[in-house]
Design a protein around this ligand. Structure first.
Ligand SMILES: Nc1ncnc2c1ncn2[C@@H]1O[C@H](COP(=O)(O)OP(=O)(O)OP(=O)(O)O)[C@@H](O)[C@H]1O
Length: 236
């Protein structure tokens, strides 16, 4: 597994015209820490995730990943330069590929041979308890299974950071409860730095070392769940 890295937001702002969506957020996420972003619809959770991913550029402030400033108003590293994985609400699996081909895809893009990529994809599928599903097409899997495939695809590339955008919100309650425990165990085992956007307080409490509560584009409070001694937090 790639060494986990810290993330630091230094007065990070994002505006559209005169409208400021995120107001000078400052926060340090320790290497290997799992942080949940929790807040009502429209508070800026997805916007912050997009800034972390490199899909949006800050209007002011700086974003640091490890020992590198990856984004400010002056420059913005592309998503592929940030060594991160993303898991979305809609799974985003390619329907024409088998499950194993979907999981192997990030490795094939990096030039890993077909046979090695398949071996690593099978190992990642075993991690999410889908070892026997590699040769099926995604459409033949349930929503929960498809989301586990998406998680395997994110893990197989051994990213330094994993970003989750409400990954369980399309699933029914029982399945959400099971999968959130699977994800929590996998993230702990991988020791990966993760940022997890959710509306669901219970989901956040199960997964996160800290819950960062957002409202109207500001960090309004932070709940510590594990007392991680490496975590430094500031409320802006
Ligand atoms: N490109 C844009 N132009 C103008 N306003 C935007 C743009 N992108 C986001 N917003 C506004 O920024 C605010 C925050 O949006 P964001 O999608 O980050 O919220 P969210 O907390 O993720 O909401 P939800 O939980 O409903 O997904 C919203 O009021 C949204 O309308």
């Amino acid at each position: 597994m790639t060494r986990a890295v810290p993330i630091e937001l230094k007065s990070l702002r994002w505006s559209v015209g005169n409208l400021t969506i995120l107001h000078d957020l400052s926060l340090t996420i320790a290497a290997g820490e799992v942080v949940a972003l929790l807040g009502p619809s429209g508070c800026g959770k997805s916007t912050l995730l997009k800034l972390l991913a490199g899909l949006l550029q800050p209007s002011a402030g700086e974003l640091w990943i490890g020992d590198r400033c990856v984004a400010s108003a002056r420059h913005c590293d592309a998503p592929e330069q940030r060594h991160l994985g993303m898991v979305f609400q809609d799974y985003a699996l390619w329907p024409h590929m088998t499950v194993a081909q979907n999981v192997a895809f990030p490795l094939r893009m990096r030039g890993v041979s077909k046979s090695t990529a398949r071996l690593q994809a099978d190992a990642a599928l075993a991690q999410v308890a889908l070892a026997d599903f590699g040769d099926r097409k995604p459409a033949l899997l349930s929503g929960g299974q498809q989301q586990r495939v998406a998680l395997a695809r994110a893990l197989v590339a051994k990213p330094a950071i994993l970003l989750f955008d409400e990954p369980l919100s399309n699933l029914d309650r029982d399945l959400r409860e099971t999968l959130v425990h699977t994800m929590a165990d996998l993230l702990r085992a991988a020791g990966i730095t993760a940022v997890y956007v959710t509306h669901d307080r219970e989901e956040a409490s199960t997964l996160a070392d800290r819950i960062v509560h957002l409202a109207q584009g500001r960090i309004v409070s932070i709940t510590h769940l594990k007392g991680n001694p490496h975590a430094i937090s500031r409320v802006s």
